[in-house]
Design a protein around this ligand. Structure first.
Ligand SMILES: *Cc1c(COP(=O)(O)O)cnc(C)c1O
Length: 441
């Protein structure tokens, strides 16, 4: 750098000040790890407010937002009917510890949207939903083990913080200190999109598999669609081996279609986990399924699970307003059209700059993988050029586009992402892809 090259101006003085303070008070300065920008370098941008497709940071800079709270905000930021419903509910009481009519209304909407869900239990997070669904599957089958795909994320409960062990065994080992090996040894790991691996695991652990837990569209390694026949194959294998098929639709539920991935691919799960969109941005999640299974949940049955704030009136109000807005049949068509336009534009920007990418998309979920191969599982994703993603991410941020700060996250398009938001994004992407190309050269 020469004197003629000024230091780049600090674009985020207030965010940096806030981050310095936050780090003294909270581990890493954040309430959830990905928000700390470790995967892309630099310091996190603090949010101040959001409206429609846009988020504004503490320094007053405005971005087209594709984080969208990591999925919940399918209607964009602060949609009026959701804000009004929450205010209205808050005026009547934030929480009672008594049943409310809001739970009935949201349960009706969920059950109407998801054909395989006959009964539903509300919880506060996706983590709780998957943890409880696993417990229910174990209770119903009197079996100890579960199968999970490498790279799929189902929240942070002990049995799911697991990675592949060494050697030929498919049994998992803890992926975080603090998780006992005795717990993860009950979790069998298989690659995503590999039906034979599931068949082998079912045979190897004959009579011991309580459930196969899966994201029907993988979204937490970036967006990976299921291969043709994969979900149908899982359905068959679970039936053959008496295992419960659990679809974790926390991300895909009410997002890829009203009835989630189950509607899109015409497969019914035994148990379904939901969250994110279902709560319209408030802490709200649920698990549900066949009445015969859900009848085993306390107090109707013996499987214990409870929650002080479960079915919270504010969360119910936000969920009811959101799912009601989604009942309009045109929503998913508009999302598909806008997301397809973004996908095409990104692929074109990459081609123009000579940067190899695989843009993968299902409905309004998408990821731009920096690789020249399609990504079908975790191993494929790990071959991506994360440094190129980091360059792209920072170039987009400087040009007013907020992407999730990791190569291995899904971008979310909302109904508020109109042509003007997309045009801004694609202009920025053209320049950001050139920045990546220059870095590689
Ligand atoms: C986000 C997510 C979770 C965890 O939900 P939290 O509310 O963050 O606990 C679980 N499963 C999937 C598929 C998710 O995308």
């Amino acid at each position: 750098m020469t004197p003629a090259d000024p230091q780049p101006a600090n674009l985020w003085p207030r965010s940096q000040e806030a981050f310095a303070k936050a780090k003294m008070l909270m581990p890493g300065g954040v309430s959830s790890p990905v928000r700390a920008y470790k995967a892309v370098g630099g310091q996190p941008v603090f949010a101040a407010s959001g409206k429609g497709a846009y988020v504004t940071d503490l320094d007053g800079r405005k971005y087209v937002d594709y984080v969208m709270s990591y999925g919940p905000l399918i209607l964009g930021h602060t949609p009026r009917m959701v804000v009004e419903a929450v205010i209205d509910a808050a005026m009547r009481g934030a929480s009672f510890g008594m049943p409310t009519e809001g739970e009935i209304a949201l349960a009706q909407l969920v059950i109407a949207a998801m054909p395989s869900v006959e009964r539903v239990r509300f919880v506060n997070s996706g983590t709780e939903a998957t943890m409880s669904a696993i417990r229910l599957a174990r209770a119903a089958t009197s079996r100890p083990k579960i199968i999970k795909c490498v790279g799929c994320y189902h929240g942070h409960s002990d049995s799911l913080l697991v990675q592949a062990g060494s050697g030929a065994t498919t049994l998992g080992v803890p992926s975080s200190p603090g998780v006992p090996a005795s717990i993860t040894s009950q979790t069998v790991l298989v690659p995503y999109n590999d039906l034979d691996a599931v068949a082998r695991a079912m045979t190897e652990h004959q009579g011991q598999i309580a459930a196969m837990l899966i994201e029907p569209i993988a979204g937490n390694i970036g967006t990976i669609p299921p291969a043709g026949g994969y979900l149908q194959g899982l359905r068959k294998l679970c039936d053959q081996h008496g295992a419960v098929l659990i679809f974790d639709e926390v991300m895909t539920g009410f997002r890829v279609a009203k009835g989630g991935a189950q509607e899109l691919y015409d497969v019914a799960a035994d148990l379904t986990c939901m969250g994110k969109v279902m709560g319209g941005g408030l802490p709200c999640a649920a698990y549900g399924g066949k009445a015969s299974l859900m009848q085993q949940v306390a107090p109707e049955g013996p499987m214990y699970q409870a929650g002080t704030l479960s079915g919270n009136p504010l969360a119910m109000a936000a969920g009811i307003a959101t799912l009601t807005a989604l009942a309009d049949g045109t929503v998913y068509r508009v999302l598909e059209q806008q997301a397809a336009k973004l996908e095409r534009g990104l692929a074109q920007a990459a081609r123009d700059a000579g940067v190899p990418v695989a843009v993968q998309r299902v409905g309004s979920m998408m990821t731009c993988f920096f690789t020249n191969q399609p990504v079908r599982n975790n191993d494929d994703a790990m071959r991506c050029d994360t440094r190129a993603f980091g360059v792209f991410f920072r170039a987009m941020l400087e040009r007013g586009v907020m992407l999730p700060p990791s190569q291995f996250e899904t971008w979310f398009v909302s109904t508020a992402h109109d042509d003007s938001a997309l045009d801004h994004t694609l202009n920025a992407a053209g320049l950001a892809m050139q920045a990546v190309a220059e870095c590689k050269a």
